[in-house]
Design a binder for this molecule. Sequence first.
Ligand SMILES: [Zn+2]
Length: 94
Amino acid sequence: MNTFSDFIRNASVEEKTEVYTKVMEAASKKQNEMVRLTNTQESSTKYGPCECCGKNVSEVWVKTGPKPYFNHEGKKIMESVGSTFGHRECLEAV
Ligand SMILES: [Zn+2]
């Protein structure tokens, strides 16, 4: 019986690349479907400035979904799921 791991063991580099590309595409599509944008109907007075541009926001939106995390040098260290607060336009652009 051929299993997926048998296939991977015998697959060429090209075949493996093709499979992993499909897996990554499916995973990122799934992550995008998880994105939720919600209007908090509150301003920066309550939630602080936009996390994307640092400016004050009159109507703060919160985006829940994949969120990049950066170290102190500004280098992306990981991506997890989290909430980002800010302008709707900024959150949609991320
Ligand atoms: Zn902004």
